[in-house]
Design a protein around this ligand. Structure first.
Ligand code: GTP
Ligand code: MG
Ligand code: ZN
Length: 289
């Protein structure tokens, strides 16, 4: 009997890391007995039975991310490439709000900056994120990465982002002993090939980081409509000045958020993306009815 953390799941094989820092292969004792499906990041109790190790219970989770599927992380490293695939603030915002909704701190990592010109407008967008209080880490091939190791140290992080943005490459760069499989994006499709196939936590730079498969669609069905605006940190200084306490900052009069957008105090893109996601949530609700 002992306590351990699940660090890798491939079908029914669970790799667990025990308190004595041993890697063991365990199996579940059935979803009904465990009460929920085990996730990478879960703390579990295990016990040896005959010739197998069985997980007997899962501890309560601090947080859960559905895509990628992981529990108990301190922060999500949202990886976006400058090109191949193209940088998109719309996608960044969507990732950030989904991560915040799961009560996980977002960090933005932008890769492949060696492939764009120094005067590319995306650099301005990165400054705007930084000014809003987000940690932004810039990655270019052949250049030192500033701030990444300090950001990872003593924390459990999950890499998230589209296929082909360079999540696995980042871990390989952090520790040259790592040889995680990476692959150029498809010339025909202009997107990644889903090179990483499973979620796995790796010990690196004094912390733990999960590499994950890239995914192509995001779902907002789990965010209640009235909780969305609370996830937009840029609205923080203004929402209490709206006339209505439950202002959605869309059609209401005397909305301090809309005024701040007009005055150039909130980035227009951020506000537009907010309205788009609001609409997406409303549309998803309709389809589920
Ligand atoms: N030029 C340049 N290429 C990079 C950089 N980072 C990653 N790449 C390349 O981008 C391609 C995709 O990288 P991966 O690390 O496989 O991407 P991934 O996010 O792990 O993709 P999935 O596992 O499919 O989710 C590889 O060919 C890398 O060599 C970078 O900073 N600059
Ligand atoms: Mg990968
Ligand atoms: Zn408002």
């Amino acid at each position: 009997m002992g306590k351990a953390r699940i660090i890798k799941i491939i079908s029914n094989r669970y790799t667990i890391l025990t308190e004595a820092k041993e890697h063991l292969i365990a199996q579940g004792s059935g979803k009904l007995k465990l009460g929920k499906t085990p996730l990478v990041g879960d703390m579990i109790d295990y016990e040896p039975r005959e010739d197998v190790i069985v997980m007997t219970s899962i501890y309560e989770r601090h947080n859960t991310l559905i895509r990628p599927s992981i529990a108990n992380v301190d922060q999500a490293l949202i990886v976006m490439s400058a090109v191949k695939p193209d940088f998109s603030t719309q996608l960044v915002d969507r990732f950030v709000w989904l991560v915040r909704h799961a009560q996980i701190e977002p960090v933005l990592i932008v890769t492949k900056l060696d492939l764009v010109n120094k005067d590319d407008p995306m650099f301005k967008a990165l400054d705007v994120y930084e000014q809003s209080g987000m940690t932004v880490i810039r990655v270019a091939r052949g250049q030192e990465i500033i701030g990444l190791e300090a950001c990872i140290e003593n924390k459990i992080s999950v890499l998230t982002g589209q296929s082909g943005v360079g999540k696995s490459s980042l871990l390989n760069r952090l520790n040259p002993e790592f040889v995680l499989k990476t692959q150029e994006i498809s010339k025909a499709l202009g997107r990644g090939k889903h090179t990483t196939r499973h979620v796995q936590l790796y010990e690196i730079a004094g912390g733990w980081v999960a590499d994950t498969p890239g995914f192509s669609s995001l779902e907002f069905g789990s965010i209640p409509l009235n909780e969305l605006e609370g996830l937009v940190r840029e609205f923080d200084p203004y929402r209490e000045h709206c006339q209505f306490r439950d202002c959605s900052h869309s059609n209401e009069p005397k909305c301090a958020v809309k005024d701040a957008v007009k005055a150039g105090l909130i980035d227009t893109d951020r506000y537009t993306h907010y309205l788009e996601v609001r609409q997406l949530i409303q549309d998803e609700r309709k389809t589920y009815k």
